[in-house]
Design a protein around this ligand. Sequence first.
Ligand SMILES: Cc1cc2nc3c(=O)[nH]c(=O)nc-3n(C[C@H](O)[C@H](O)[C@H](O)COP(=O)(O)OP(=O)(O)OC[C@H]3O[C@@H](n4cnc5c(N)ncnc54)[C@H](O)[C@@H]3O)c2cc1C
Length: 465
Amino acid sequence: MFEFWLLASDSYSSMANDVLIIGGGFAGLAAGVALAEAGRAVRLLEQKPHLGGRARSFFDPVTGSKVDNGQHIFMGCYHATIRFLSTIGTLDRVRFQKQLTVHFLERTGRLSVLRCPSLPSPWHVLLGVLRSGSFAFKEKLEILRLGRSLQWVKALERGPERLSVREWLTKLGQSERLQRNFWDLLCIAALNEDPSVASAALFERVLRLALFTSPEDSRLGIPSVGLSEVYADAAAAYIRSKGGRVECRQGVASVLVSEGQCRGVRLSNGEQIEAEGVLSAVPPLQLASLLPGDLLRHEPFFAPVVSLRPAPIISINLWFDRAITDLDFVGLRGATIQWLFNKGKILGAGENYVSLVLSGAHRHIARSKEELLATALLELRELFPRAQKASLLHSQVIKERFATFSPTWEAEQLRPSPRTPVRGLYLAGDWTATGLPATIESAVQSGYNAARTIQDDRRNWSTTP
Ligand SMILES: Cc1cc2nc3c(=O)[nH]c(=O)nc-3n(C[C@H](O)[C@H](O)[C@H](O)COP(=O)(O)OP(=O)(O)OC[C@H]3O[C@@H](n4cnc5c(N)ncnc54)[C@H](O)[C@@H]3O)c2cc1C
């Protein structure tokens, strides 16, 4: 059975904590803000010298630019995230479009746009598609057919839950060309996985939430500052303003479990900290290293912790001596690189700096940085005439090997709820059971779900005779 930790109460740090949170990414910080708001004494422990986890920014010493670990896009349907940013006072640092507008550039140099007018759903998308030069007439009919089935047929009637996105789209009559030029780009951007393995049920949910709910929900939001400035410091300041603590360089080595109850944590420096509740807001593999071995081996609830597979994202940041495009961002059709973001323009820093995104990058992650850079430059020079004369001043290739979990339909069955079988131990993180792909919104929702569960349990215990 479980490995029990023998804990002498006097070995704990003298300060009794109400809730300990492990991890200072979106999930941990959102939970911390919600619990602090509810009057709980929160202590958040982050192992790194900085907060932000997989969504952070830093200064590039060569150019002095603010650089994100990878471009992050928000959406109007990120309701929990919008609430979180409003609470900490930073919502204005994400610039939302007035209406969904996406440009696509083909290898032939042809530029087209999908712009969805402010009409009630689903007409905003349907009219946007009909008016767009991004699709052939036959493809527009295919998209309308898919839209109609999303709008009028209940999700479970068609049973996409065991299908891949590729199988589902083919079943719904989407041609191979339309899949390659449109749906694949959308699927990889939203789910960070190839359509041949990504879960159709998850993709369908994303389409419903993002495209077929309202024109406001369909809008994209792009941070106008570095990612960390969007939330990390402001969330920490909020927690501290409510009397909580947020500490970096505080790695947790293990959670302490005895007799089926979580009592606190042991830090990497050996110190033990007691708490009424412990919330793990770390990715699954890190959680595996924190749990007692017997618990991980024998408690089925924790099986997903070692079963979820990672999906990588590669970001290539390039600084040129001149602007290569006036667009804010553009989807690249038929290229290895999927998206270009004009960071110099978006951040308003006066630099000719672009960030290229390659999501679901399993096939490319082992390639050398030099090779990836060469591919990117070749494609940019082919796609953007101005890039042919531009000189490259500086470059960076950032590989995030564990960017998200791989959202196959099997993985969807494995995602755990916030309440664990160990009393007092809770889970949050983009990979837990939110029904969303591993995104900022999933992380924030998971933090809120965990905070609510912790509050509910406390109320139940206090009313138990
Ligand atoms: C390159 C890239 C691009 C992305 N693009 C988008 C996008 O466009 N839109 C979108 O919505 N999402 C995007 N995502 C996904 C998004 O970043 C994540 O879903 C989200 O940041 C996950 O937050 P989290 O709090 O669940 O986990 P994390 O951010 O991983 O936070 C976990 C924290 O726990 C800390 N930790 C781990 N172990 C310990 C320990 N033992 N002790 C103390 N602390 C510990 C870690 O250091 C980390 O800070 C992208 C991700 C990447 C990598």
